[in-house]
Design a protein around this ligand. Structure first.
Ligand SMILES: O=c1ccn([C@H]2C[C@H](O)[C@@H](COP(=O)(O)OP(=O)(O)OP(=O)(O)O)O2)c(=O)[nH]1
Ligand SMILES: [Mg+2]
Length: 149
């Protein structure tokens, strides 16, 4: 089923590319930096990078902001809060929280592809408060409980 998501270019960003799939079956739409001037991230530094657009998606969808593996591999650039969560009722500008985990400064220019946006379905869930939970074999074992191999 095709989901229709509305996208609005924000004023002053007519020159910034809208999110784009770079291949036919790509999961993500690549996101372009809408920085007014080049932003340089020094090693260990983070910055909130604007994209120049907002979205309205139907209830039951979310968008995730994920790193680009090429930037991560070559430059140590990733999304600090990956995957970033875009709520269906958010109407503000989509922003990308990048961090430089590399060893060299990294410059982010306007219209550079900085991250990708993947849409996901979110099941409708209502929490039901109970006194006892159903039993399982695992029980409360976790965090390496099943061993190494
Ligand atoms: O990488 C991101 C993450 C979030 N957002 C926007 C959309 C999202 O709907 C909103 C809130 O994000 P989140 O719930 O992750 O942040 P919060 O710290 O819980 O803020 P809030 O109290 O506003 O929900 O911020 C972005 O633009 N980029
Ligand atoms: Mg929140």
């Amino acid at each position: 089923m095709l989901n229709y998501v509305q996208i609005k270019r924000l004023p002053g960003n007519e020159d910034v590319h809208l999110p784009q799939k770079m291949s036919e079956l790509a999961s993500g739409f690549d996101l372009y930096a809408a920085v007014e001037e080049t932003v340089t991230l020094n090693p260990g530094q983070r910055a909130l990078i604007p994209t120049g657009f907002s979205l309205a998606m139907p209830a039951g969808l979310e968008a995730q902001i994920r790193p680009r593996s090429g930037l991560a591999l070559k430059h140590g650039i990733t999304c600090l809060n990956t995957p970033g969560t875009i709520d269906a009722d958010y109407r503000g500008e989509i922003k990308v929280l990048l961090i430089n985990l590399g060893q060299e400064p990294f410059a982010i220019a306007r219209n550079e592809r900085i991250a990708q946006m993947v849409f996901q379905t979110v099941p409708a869930v209502e929490l039901t408060i109970v006194d006892e939970l159903s039993e399982t074999v695992r029980g409360s074992g976790g965090f390496g409980h099943t061993g190494k191999n």
